[in-house]
Ligand binder design. Structure first.
Ligand SMILES: NC(=O)c1ccc[n+]([C@@H]2O[C@H](COP(=O)([O-])OP(=O)(O)OC[C@H]3O[C@@H](n4cnc5c(N)ncnc54)[C@H](OP(=O)(O)O)[C@@H]3O)[C@@H](O)[C@H]2O)c1
Length: 265
């Protein structure tokens, strides 16, 4: 399987591995195994350079990832054309707390703010950052309709939702360009969503491929599946578009790319 892949029907050619950027902008209320400090600008710039050298062209960010969008906007100045940018709407992280607003008005304001922060005229992918009420969002909130309008206006190339439920993922597969879902060796419940996306030709982004880091690396008991098993599972499915893996460690990034390339065969 090839490293560059067509993401569903979006026409976007994404690298098999995308870089998640939570840890570039937020160090509070996260579920990672170890505490960390946000990398300074030179380290973050080296991380992005390494990602690019390794063939990664997809960055995943969100307003809810603290200063991630603003920092990427600064760090990517002059190299926008090398990247596909995925951001989100719906969740805000303010004073250490998540707040949600899925209204069409907020959706438009949020996309306009992401464009400003990221220093770009178009966002390649915008996903609704679900609070868990996926079906409500898809069927009643008007969020996807607002995103569809922004897509018609040329401000966004592809739209979708980052889901938290199987029912939501299945509904999203029918109405979105892209579905972001969780799939790893210890959480396979959303497999039917991947199946549905493969059948319908909907693009997918897999999040938490390493179980937010809890499944990576080896331990003495051998109780963690390890990096390769996580990548093998993510890329074993024909519905997988890209795996979004978060890291601020360049050695981990390199190991992740090598494992993903091995999984692709
Ligand atoms: N839309 C949503 O609702 C949502 C939710 C969660 C995540 N996401 C997106 O998906 C991305 C990935 O999810 P995630 O960050 O929760 O989980 P993840 O990618 O499964 O795990 C990230 C964690 O794994 C560690 N890690 C990465 N490579 C490693 C390696 N080779 N060996 C050991 N540890 C390694 C990272 O630490 P180091 O920095 O030390 O490498 C980090 O703490 C996020 O960054 C975000 O962009 C979206």
């Amino acid at each position: 399987m090839s490293w560059l892949r067509t993401l569903g029907k979006t026409g976007l050619q994404v690298s098999a591995l995308g870089l998640g950027t939570v840890k570039l902008g937020r160090d509070r209320e996260v579920k990672y195994p170890a505490a960390y400090t946000l990398p300074d600008d030179p380290s973050a710039a080296r991380l992005l350079d390494t990602a690019r050298e390794l063939g990664i062209n997809l960055l995943d960010t969100a307003p809810a990832y603290g200063s991630s969008e603003q920092r990427l906007g600064r760090l990517l100045a002059g190299q926008r054309q090398h990247w596909l940018l995925c951001s989100k709407v719906g969740e805000e992280f303010i004073d250490g707390q998540s707040r949600f607003d899925f209204s069409p008005e907020h959706t438009r304001r949020s996309v306009q703010r992401s464009l400003r922060r990221l220093g770009t005229e178009v966002l390649d992918i915008v996903l609704v950052h679900s609070d868990g009420n996926d079906l409500d969002i898809i069927e009643r909130m008007g969020t996807l309709q607002a995103l569809a309008q922004l897509k018609m206006e040329g401000l966004v190339r592809a739209i979708g939702i980052s889901t938290k439920t199987v029912a939501g993922g299945l509904a999203a597969a029918r109405v979105c360009d892209v579905v972001m879902l969780t799939y790893n060796p210890q959480y396979r419940e959303e497999l039917p969503v991947l199946d549905a996306c493969a059948e319908l030709g909907t693009g997918t982004l897999i999040k938490k491929v390493l179980g937010s880091g809890h499944l990576a690396g080896s331990d003495e008991q051998g109780s963690r599946p390890g990096l390769q098993a996580c990548m093998d599972l993510a890329f074993s499915h024909p519905g997988t578009g890209a795996a979004i893996v978060g890291t601020i460690n360049r050695a981990h990034l390199q190991a992740n790319v090598e494992a993903a390339r091995r999984a692709l065969g």
